[in-house]
Design a protein around this ligand. Structure first.
Ligand code: GRF
Length: 231
């Protein structure tokens, strides 16, 4: 069961300055907004330096511009995946992005983009992976009749929702739930899970052991220097 909602305490990172994050989205951008607000409150030692979309009409782009965050579309149409992603990589590098957060980005990420930000691309999925990957995870879970569901933040690999898991948050599926009410309660948890994941990855030493993301001093001090993944 999830903990009671509430802001995380501010963190003081030993890292020199906030990490530079880019967000890729295709839609409304509520996860982007939640992440931007968590950064602004000091809960995540990061700043969002760029929002990119494959869709020029994505509402999330406007939500970024309202906050003064650079936002632009790189549509795939007319370019194809490889060239579109090359242009995205160029924009990400120009912005100085160190991490890429997929937040409702409705594309499978290709090998060049994954290699350009190796172990630095995150995705959020509205189900408890490895159950119900792909589209409409909330609806899939509701139709299947599971009694708990939730969300997963994971590192991105070349599969669809298959990368190593960073954080999962769990909620009960209620008798009275519809796919819509279940999705709404999962979304509340998504907004917490993304900030929690980045905060962990940016402030704790962590490693990949096989496909397990392991935080070495999960109970320890946040004042330790950032140690990035190995192996
Ligand atoms: C979220 O449910 C996320 O898990 C999924 O796409 C949705 C995006 O929502 N990958 P939003 O655009 O962040 O509001």
């Amino acid at each position: 069961m999830s903990a009671a909602p509430g802001p995380l305490p501010p963190v003081r990172s030993s890292r020199p300055g906030p990490a530079k994050i880019a967000v890729l989205l295709s839609g409304r951008g509520s996860n982007f907004v939640a992440l931007a607000e968590a950064c602004a409150r000091g809960e995540v030692p990061a700043e969002i330096v760029l929002v990119l979309s494959d869709r020029p009409d994505a509402p999330g782009l406007d939500r970024a511009r309202e906050r003064g965050i650079p936002a632009r579309a790189v549509p795939r149409r007319g370019l194809g995946q490889v060239e579109q992603e090359r242009q995205m990589i160029a924009a990400l590098r120009e912005a100085g992005a160190e991490w890429v957060c997929l937040a409702g980005y409705m594309r499978i990420v290709g090998p060049e983009l994954i290699a350009a930000f190796a172990r630095r691309i995150l995705n959020i999925h509205p189900a408890l992976l490895p159950a119900f990957p792909g589209l409409d995870g909330q609806q899939q879970a509701w139709e299947y009749g599971v009694k708990v569901s939730g969300c997963t933040v994971h590192l991105v690999d070349e599969g669809c929702d298959t990368g190593p898991i960073v954080v999962q948050r769990v909620i009960p599926v209620l008798e009275a739930d519809t796919p819509e009410t279940l999705a709404a309660r999962i979304l509340e948890q998504e907004h917490r899970a993304y900030a929690e994941s980045l905060r962990l990855l940016l402030t704790r030493p962590w490693r990949l052991l096989g496909r397990r993301v392991v935080f070495d001093d999960i109970g320890g001090s946040t004042a330790r220097p950032l140690v990035t993944s190995q192996g």
